[in-house]
Design a protein around this ligand. Structure first.
Ligand SMILES: [Zn+2]
Length: 317
């Protein structure tokens, strides 16, 4: 069966990658952080002749995208530069689709691999929507470990857990192919080593490979289960610690044991769910994008059983 993979036009990785990149004139830097932080970053990058939009908030809404588009209309912006976590990059992706202006994505928290993918999460009417479009693909992705040391441990461990979940679920995905499995396997091995042996400097590379791998296949049951916890305010990576562990066990994944070790090493607590399991299963079942790509079929009863294991027995014990 034929398959297709997509990657950013240009990928720059490693120490000084963000410093050596030739930024276009009159770029618009889009970030979620504050001037005391991003001014240091922009200094390091040596970027000149730019504007900054720093009013992006987590879980960006379509209104924010529209507001930026309007504010900079006719100002001859050379490129958007998404500098920060997933939210900054998602806004750049959607903006670039609307205006056709190229985008350069520079992650500063390493885990989602969003700089490599055709996915973006934007809120419409206060509801997060996962969108996919080839126009979301970066014209350049710059992964520079320079940004890593400032990352607080809690963000670091959530990101690391997400990257490991994406790599291992992506490996098992029915939408995968030999190319994506090659990237997912390599990504997981690097992430496992980085987390288990406290080699955190390896996380950016592992997360990047994970992005190429799962971004061209999909995540599966672990991610499907996790969103009912996210809806109750649990951070994405934390929700995956138990959800992906239980999903891997259900799927008899080759990654079950090692993923669980990662979740244990990162000291994640067990999860709780406010809504009844049956009701949560009804929310999860329509998520065909994840469930149809799961390596084995999943019934509503299976989902209830997985949720029961997540909240009533500690799957990380
Ligand atoms: Zn994820």
């Amino acid at each position: 069966m034929a398959w297709k993979v997509m990657m950013p036009k240009k990928i720059m990785f490693g120490e000084n990658a963000a410093k050596e990149f030739p930024y276009p004139k009159n770029s618009l830097v889009i970030t979620t952080t504050t001037p005391d932080i991003y001014n240091k970053w922009l200094d390091y990058m040596g970027i000149k002749n730019y504007e900054v939009y720093d009013k992006v908030t987590p879980d960006p809404a379509i209104e924010t995208v529209e507001a930026i588009k309007k504010q900079y209309e006719g100002k001859n912006i050379g490129a958007y530069i998404g500098l920060g976590g997933g939210s900054s990059m998602d806004v750049c992706k959607y903006l670039s689709k609307l205006t056709g202006i190229p985008k350069i994505l520079i992650p500063t928290t390493f885990g989602t691999g969003a700089e490599m993918t055709t996915y973006a999460v934007i809120s419409f009417d206060h509801k997060k929507k996962l969108l996919q479009d080839e126009a979301f693909l970066a014209d350049a992705a710059i992964v520079d470990p320079y940004f890593l040391p400032g990352t607080p441990f809690n963000i670091l461990r959530n990101s690391a857990c997400d990257a490991a979940a994406q790599a291992s679920e992506g490996y098992d995905s029915k939408a995968g192919n030999p190319f994506t499995q090659f990237f997912c396997k390599e990504a997981f091995d690097i992430l496992y080593d980085a987390i288990m042996n406290d080699k955190h400097h390896l996380l950016p590379y592992g997360a990047m490979l994970s992005g190429i791998g799962f971004g061209n296949s999909s995540t599966t049951l672990g991610h499907a289960l996790s969103y009912v916890f996210s809806n109750e305010g649990v951070p994405h990576g934390y929700a995956l610690s138990s959800c992906t562990t239980v999903a891997h066990k259900f799927n008899k994944s080759i990654y079950y044991k090692r993923f669980k070790e990662i979740a244990q090493k990162l000291k994640f607590e067990p999860l709780k769910l406010k809504q009844p399991l049956d009701q949560a299963a009804d929310v999860i079942m329509p998520d065909r994008g994840h469930l149809d790509n799961n390596p084995i079929p999943v019934s509503k009863q299976d989902i209830i059983q997985c949720l029961d294991e997540i909240v009533n027995s500690n799957p990380l014990a």
